[in-house]
Design a protein around this ligand. Structure first.
Ligand code: TK8
Length: 346
């Protein structure tokens, strides 16, 4: 090598090597190459850009691009343009997509234990859910993901679900009788709505609006921010504040992709998912409150459901939750409930 070329090479390589040495990429795992490479991260979600999940994903993109000095680029796809929750999760497993943030509920075919979050009337507040998700139970469940070619970077928030329908206000447990309700592809939801006398029909989220509009189903249930963002008020006159289930989102990364990243890149992904997650949860709680006012203004007939009636509904579905507690692991369910009790005392 000519001398001046050598000097140039050292001049360029040295700062890079210093960064490399600093993060110890090769010693502690991650890819052989350290530092930050040019990366393109395809990230898709089922909900619209204006939904808090969409806003959270935007924040994630900003953070990753900033922290990586523009080397790691995130391409966002909203409104299920890359497919529904299950399809995108499969794309991650196959290494065709890098990031998705599905509800935990459609993942129960893969990790059955996620079904504990589908038990009705477990949580009263978001804080109670956070203490379970960010505590031992939630973190243990994240550890089950790698064997399914996925890496979980924490939980975002879909939130408390409420029922909408085109027939009548649902104020009592009896009012569920005969209603044809779209549910997520999840056996706990399916069985619970059957027990209440409804006629549930599982369906991917991306098909729900059309099913409601075409009256294939009478109703559906989702958090208020989703009802608003998905414009269900245009096709559903009644909104009943059942608050029956809290659904988390889980932030997923393709393991194939993750394993290629250096420690430094993995840290950027993890920190950004967590920071954006905090932002998303705060925004989501605010948006759920605001959405109620907006949906009323849009003409939806909103009714409350008394605590006594919710208690009755909980009693009716108890055989279902008892059955699935055995299936998912009674210890896990007990641990969730004791976390909730602890959070309630705070
Ligand atoms: C969006 C879904 C949705 C969920 C559902 O991809 O399917 O009803 O509540 O938010 O994850």
């Amino acid at each position: 090598m000519k001398n001046w070329v050598k000097k140039l090479a050292i001049g360029v390589a040295l700062p890079g090597m210093l960064i490399l040495g600093g993060c110890g990429a090769t010693k502690t795992g991650g890819s052989e190459k350290g530092g930050i490479q040019e990366r393109t991260i395809k990230a898709g979600i089922g909900l619209n850009e204006d939904h808090p999940e969409g806003q959270g994903l935007k924040k994630f993109k900003e953070l990753v691009e900033k922290k990586s000095g523009g080397k790691m680029k995130v391409q966002n796809f909203y409104s299920a343009t890359l497919g529904d929750d299950q399809k995108m999760t499969e794309a991650l497993q196959g290494g065709l997509q890098e990031v998705t943030i599905p509800s935990t509920s459609p993942l129960v075919g893969m990790i059955k234990e996620y079904g504990i979050f589908d038990f009705p009337f477990v949580f009263n507040t978001e804080q109670e859910a956070y203490s379970v998700l960010d505590g031992k139970v939630g973190q243990e469940l994240l550890k089950k993901l790698p064997e399914h070619k996925l890496v979980g970077l924490g939980y975002w928030e879909n939130g408390f679900r409420n029922l909408t329908n085109s027939k009548h206000p649902v104020k009592t447990a009896e009012d569920f009788k005969g209603l044809k309700i779209r549910t997520m592809q999840n056996e706990v939801h399916l069985d619970a709505f059957k027990k209440l006398g409804a006629n549930p029909s599982p369906m991917a989220f991306s098909e729900v609006f059309t099913a409601l509009e075409g009256k294939t189903v009478d109703g559906q249930e989702n958090p208020l921010a989703t009802i608003k963002s998905s414009k269900y008020d245009e096709v559903q006159p009644y909104l009943s504040m059942t608050k029956h289930v809290y659904t988390p989102f889980v932030f997923l990364v393709s393991k194939q992709f993750w394993d290629k990243l250096s420690k430094e890149e993995q840290k950027i992904m993890r920190d950004s998912a967590q920071e954006a997650g905090k932002y998303q949860r705060d925004l989501n709680r605010k948006e759920n409150e605001k959405a109620l006012e907006d949906l009323k203004k849009a003409g939806m007939k909103v009714n409350e459901v008394s605590d006594a009636e919710k208690e009755k509904m909980k009693e009716i579905v108890k055989p279902v939750t008892d059955k699935y507690a055995k299936k998912f692991g009674q210890d896990l369910v007990d641990e969730m409930m004791s976390e909730v009790e602890k959070a309630r005392k705070k």
